[in-house]
Design a protein around this ligand. Structure first.
Ligand SMILES: [Fe+2]
Ligand SMILES: [Fe+2]
Length: 162
């Protein structure tokens, strides 16, 4: 992930919420519960992937999981920015479930979660009227699909038995 993408997301997150500023966001307020759910999912993934990376059997796998985690942080910031635009307030994220303690259980749970998330984000993109929200959720769905492939590779490459 290039550095500029991270900082651009962060600046965007820091903008003050604009009310009725012609962003076209207000018509998407029915998406708030889904965006809140997406934020909680990202928050949980950021926490669980930190633990998963610690348990990785080798450096290569650990670094890849940390790269995936950086994508989740970027998604979290983007979705938080959208939430603030829509509601005028900051979200109060919470964990969804617990992180599995066993490494391979963690990989399986992550693979399933990533694949479900692809569908969930594409549904949000389909429902959104704002072009910005559509674009961000489609892009995030593509990232999650890529993450799912990595987790599947870790599970099948066999380097992490036990
Ligand atoms: Fe994500
Ligand atoms: Fe992901």
């Amino acid at each position: 992930m290039p550095e500029y993408a991270y900082s651009r997301g962060f600046e965007w997150d820091d903008r003050k919420p604009s009310r009725g500023g012609g962003t076209g966001y207000r018509e998407d307020s029915e998406l708030v519960p889904d965006i809140e759910k997406a934020i909680n999912g990202q928050y949980s993934a950021i926490n669980c992937y930190a633990q998963l990376a610690e348990r990785a059997p080798n450096q290569e796998e650990r670094e890849r999981i940390l790269e995936i985690r950086k994508d989740e942080i970027r998604h979290y910031q983007t979705f938080t920015g959208i939430y603030r635009e829509l509601t005028g307030k900051k979200p109060s994220p919470r964990m969804v479930g617990e992180c599995p303690e066993d490494y391979r259980k963690g990989l399986r749970a992550s693979l399933q979660d990533e694949q479900k998330t692809v569908d969930f984000y594409l549904d949000i993109a389909d429902q959104a009227k704002s072009a910005y929200i559509k674009k961000r959720f489609k892009r995030a769905a593509a990232d999650e699909q890529n993450h799912a492939v990595w987790f599947l590779y870790f599970l099948t490459s066999g380097g992490s038995a036990g």
